[in-house]
Design a protein around this ligand. Structure first.
Ligand SMILES: [Zn+2]
Length: 307
């Protein structure tokens, strides 16, 4: 027997209560429409028209020409504590599909159904695609962000970022892995907010453990050391500030996926893109300067993923 009911009202109630009270655990993923599959007797999510006069057949003619709308997984930090993160993400326009608190519970919060667009990326771009909200799952991670301290040569903004505790990263990893597997998300499309909006965003920052996630969980993209070392010896120090070289670097960053103008000068927009690249792939020094190691890593990534 087909059993069908709408849960929009329940979802609304739950979310609005989260906004005013302390965060609540949502144990079940609540979808707009839930049905029980007659054959498997399992719950399934379907979103189809519900007509008065006509019957819509759902079983006999399934097409094979189809794929997932979700192509990207985007990580953020909230720069707020658990309670404020929940409040902002459920009462203001900004949102994300999932929120991962930094407490010691095993809770992860679903704020937006995966079949819907969450408003987490804003103006964004990756490899020819704009407005990444349309095609992404967004994960907000509770983390204070950064504090402003001493400006040094290696830290020209004086931004000192906070790390992520291991118990929280374990949650991030298991959730991310599940999403990546279900949607078959390409490793190069598992990204930071700063990757897709480098001119205005820093999150989840250089303390986000991209290398650990790649090595321990096979999440996202990472370069091969052997390739990096090969390119390190080829860095053209003498031409570093030539128009041709700068344009080639801007072109390479764009080839990998970043939005960057090919101006041929080390301008502010290039610096911000290089800094976003360093947050992700060379977090030990994020100064926005294209040094030999940054360049070698970029080449190694292009060799591995963009050839
Ligand atoms: Zn963000």
């Amino acid at each position: 027997m087909k059993f069908q009911f709408c849960c929009s009202a329940i979802l609304l109630l739950l979310l609005s209560s989260c906004a005013t009270q302390s965060p609540k655990v949502i144990n079940n993923i609540i979808r707009d429409t839930i049905v029980i599959n007659k054959i498997t007797e399992k719950y399934e999510s379907v979103r189809i028209a519900d007509l008065d006069k006509y019957k819509i057949s759902t079983t006999n003619y399934p097409a094979i020409g189809k794929d997932e709308r979700i192509r990207f997984l985007i990580f953020h930090y909230t720069a707020l504590d658990n309670e404020k993160s929940m409040s902002v993400l459920t009462t203001q326009e900004v949102s994300a599909h999932y929120l991962i608190p930094d407490d010691f519970t095993d809770s992860i919060y679903l704020l937006v159904d995966e079949s819907k667009r969450a408003w987490h990326a804003g103006m964004s771009y990756w490899k020819g695609i704009n407005n990444i909200n349309f095609s992404s799952i967004g994960i907000e991670i509770v983390n204070p962000g950064y504090y402003v301290g001493e400006i040094t040569e290696s830290n020209p903004n004086g931004w000192y970022f906070y790390g992520y505790p291991n118990h929280q990263i374990k949650k991030v990893a298991e959730l991310a892995k599940n999403i990546i597997d279900r949607y078959q998300i390409d490793p190069i499309n598992v990204l930071a907010h700063s990757d897709i909006a480098p001119q205005r965003k820093q999150d989840p920052g250089p303390k986000f453990p991209w290398k650990q996630l790649y090595e321990d969980y096979n999440i996202g993209a990472w370069y091969e050391d052997v390739h990096k070392n090969l390119y390190l010896s080829q860095f053209p120090y003498a031409e570093r500030d030539s128009i041709n070289f700068i344009q080639s670097v801007q072109n390479d960053l764009n080839t990998y996926g970043y939005e960057i103008q090919k101006t041929g000068v080390w301008d502010e927009q290039s610096k911000k893109v290089i800094m976003a690249f360093q947050y992700h792939f060379r977090p030990e020094r994020c100064d926005g300067i294209l040094d030999a190691e940054t360049w070698a890593i970029l080449q190694a990534l292009i060799l591995k993923y963009r050839n």
